[in-house]
Design a binder for this molecule. Structure first.
Ligand code: NAP
Length: 319
């Protein structure tokens, strides 16, 4: 079992920034990177709105730079997944990964959120063969093709507009007749000649063959009528699900499953902090995650300083 001052769960912008700050505070943080270094950012083709990079840069490059930056100050990045945690006895917190067991004086949870799935037949089968959750990653493969986008929020419209760079047509399928997206995005989508809408409809099945997707089976939720809509690409943007499974009922979550934090990024467990998309279901930007990771790290550093005496007594006490 390894004893650490700080363990950071997750390696997206929030986690790597928290690693940088806690490393600079001489805490030698351990980052448990998860399945993919950088999380969702790692699959982002180009980031054009991260300040200081006027020419943009790719998600993997940004993440690699953040990792190197944190490591330069003593952070350790482990390519491992958390299996379970036990926060019930307070600090030090027990964390079991597939390769190691840790006791950490403080924990910063930055484990992020994953794109929500439709859960219809054909979806899993055709991921990478016509089904995608990332326009910036996969749009290029749909040059000159007719594609559909599922969802009616900001992501669906923003990505749908982006996908018109490649696709011949983008049909946005929405389950209601009113969009959730902001009005400006709506106007841009309505004004885009390549975009059209199928209202009050849900995807019942993604249909394909050896060559990948060739259609979606749609159902009109008002009339019940089913139609087959030919398409070679299905881009799904129906929200995200926070990666909370490993915490069970050990951290307080909101009604959507996101970790509840206060202004200092404290969770309801004293000594456990959270930052980035595991606790932010609104902003979801690299820049906001970086800011939150900074705040959570500073809060954790202050908390460790304030509790130094108690933590030392606990460490000295016989097991
Ligand atoms: P969202 O706002 O939750 O929208 C999800 C959309 O998918 C909704 O239209 C919803 O329909 C639909 N949906 C959900 N589950 C579905 C299902 N099972 N089948 C069919 N449709 C389903 O998610 P988001 O668009 O990813 O945005 C998340 C947050 O990030 C939002 O706060 C958004 O403002 C923000 N964001 C901002 C920008 C920007 O400002 N440029 C860009 C992207 C995201 P209903 O409308 O009927 O619920």
């Amino acid at each position: 079992m390894k004893k650490e001052r700080v363990v950071i769960i997750g390696s997206g912008p929030a986690g790597l920034t928290a690693a940088l700050y806690t490393a600079r505070a001489q805490l030698a943080p351990v980052v448990i990177a998860g399945a993919q270094l950088g999380g969702q950012v790692a699959i982002t083709h180009e980031i054009e709105n991260y300040p200081g990079f006027p020419d943009g840069l790719s998600g993997p490059e940004l993440v690699e730079r953040m990792k190197e930056h944190a490591e330069n100050f003593g952070a350790v990045v482990e390519f491992d997944l958390v299996d379970s945690v036990d926060f019930s006895n307070g600090s030090p917190f027990y964390i079991k990964t597939y390769g190691e067991e840790y006791l950490a004086d403080a924990v910063i949870v930055t484990i992020g959120a994953d794109p929500r799935k439709l859960g219809v037949p054909g979806e899993e089968e055709y991921i990478g063969a016509g089904v995608s959750y990332c326009g910036t990653c996969d749009g290029f493969f749909f040059r000159g093709k007719d594609i559909v986008v599922v969802g009616g929020g900001d992501s669906a419209l923003e990505e749908g507009i982006f996908l018109t760079r490649f696709a011949t047509s983008v049909n946005i399928i929405h389950r209601r007749d009113e969009l959730r997206a902001g009005v400006q995005l709506q106007q841009r989508a309505f004004n885009n000649e390549k975009i059209n809408f199928t209202w009050n409809s849900v995807v019942e099945e993604i249909v394909g063959g050896d060559g990948g997707v060739n259609a979606v089976r749609l159902k009109n939720v008002l009339t019940g009528e089913e139609t087959i809509h030919p398409t070679e690409g299905v881009f799904i943007f129906i929200g995200h699900d926070p990666n909370n499974a490993v915490f069970g009922d050990q951290i307080a979550l909101n009604e959507n499953g996101y970790i509840i934090t206060d202004q200092r990024y404290r969770t309801n467990v004293d000594g456990v902090f959270a930052a980035g998309e595991i606790q932010d279901e609104i902003w979801r930007q690299v820049a906001t995650s970086v800011g939150q990771g900074t705040s959570a790290a500073m809060a954790a550093i202050q908390w460790l300083e304030a509790n130094e005496e108690t933590l030392q007594e606990l460490e000295a006490a016989p097991a």
